[in-house]
Design a protein around this ligand. Sequence first.
Ligand SMILES: Nc1ncnc2c1ncn2[C@@H]1O[C@H](COP(=O)(O)OP(=O)(O)OP(=O)(O)O)[C@@H](O)[C@H]1O
Ligand SMILES: [Mg+2]
Length: 456
Amino acid sequence: MVQISEVKDSQSRESRTAAHTHIKGLGLDEFGNAHAIDGGFVGQKSAREACGIIVDLIKSKKMSGKAILLAGGPGTGKTALALAISQELGPKVPFCPIVGSELFSAEVKKTEALMENFRRSIGLRIKETKEVYEGEVTELTPEESENPLGGYGKTISHVIVGLKSAKGTKQLRLDPVIYESIQKERVAIGDVIYIEANTGAVKRVGRSDAYATEFDLEAEEYVPLPKGDVHKKKEIVQDVTLHDLDVANARPQGGQDVLSMMSQLLKPRKTEITEKLRHEVNKVVQKYIDQGVAELVPGVLFIDEVNMLDIECFTYLNRALESSIAPVVVLASNRGKTTVRGTDDLVSPHGCPPDLIDRLLIVRTLPYSADEIKSIIAKRAKIEGLALHPDALNKIAQQGVATSMRYALQLLAPAGILAGIAGRSEITVQDLEECQLLFLDARRSTTVLENTKGYL
Ligand SMILES: Nc1ncnc2c1ncn2[C@@H]1O[C@H](COP(=O)(O)OP(=O)(O)OP(=O)(O)O)[C@@H](O)[C@H]1O
Ligand SMILES: [Mg+2]
């Protein structure tokens, strides 16, 4: 007999942990107060509460064109906070994270790259009420006729489509052009589709759940039979970013209405996005906003390691923040006073020029106490599936205080491996000590370097 065992496919995903896997949100209550341990966060209360206010402002759309700086030492959770902000905002608000150094490439001008990311972080929600025919396909018969141009071949003169909804059924006689798009969407009998009355665009919604079987292998989305009549008005909501629209319209045959902009998404970019084109896109967008068809959703542009930007980028950023459609810009820096990149002697806090600093709301992240470090390490150990002996936890927390939390966090995984080799299920102090011998922290490594001359 053939043996069949179940394969759990989610396992690989669970065992993969990244640096911020444990962060699930800001962990605030309904009054915006931070609990000491919540949302994956430990401590850093006032910074979390400040970020909570920022999230509220973004949601109420009072925040666009403003900028926030998360400032604090390395490993104090700035990147984690930015991630939590994006989680609080939800998937419908664009969040575009970049690192300062990302803007410097040989192919694209740095200000151009900055602008592109600006536009990636501004969303547009387009609501259109469309006249549609929607239902489950009950019949799909192309009708052939003699080729009107003579010859032997036959052509499709039209196609009969039967649609069934909760309230009734309808038989439609459609143009062959629509038949082509039906074929493109791979529509079969039993699928739920809608056909836009004006344009004839066909969209497959999914498979009708009347056809759902228990042992279907393919990842099919089952949808209920549409409510109401077959012929009706339906509100269709689409979320795109301004950058998507730029890309769509950079193609030579770009249309001007929303639909043709949409339909061009995902195709390879052929021509450059110019300032003029962006201007055109803005005009169309403005028109849709005025007509009430579209709504602007300013999102967040997060620039980590902002001290990596140079003075040109900073002046550009200043100007871009003042434009009428701008996202919220969140910056992060772990630098104190440093020279601004691209200048010889302009020393400024956080590596940002004074005129930008002036526009910022600054949120400070503070170094962690020993207890907080201990809780964070315990959290990480749990996420990484490692068990720590209480003594080992104390030891690694001390390590975090003495060197850095990052170093302590890094030690976890190798210590886990050492424990595994020794056949223990728990990491002990001994494993940690061995790890410390194998892997140096920054300070010990520097001491080694200071005491050596010439080659290492
Ligand atoms: N308050 C916290 N609660 C839980 N985990 C935290 C907290 N703060 C930081 N971490 C975790 O510690 C690690 C370092 O934090 P993070 O990368 O956010 O630091 P950072 O401030 O961005 O540092 P850098 O300035 O070096 O970029 C990450 O794994 C992060 O998820
Ligand atoms: Mg960081």
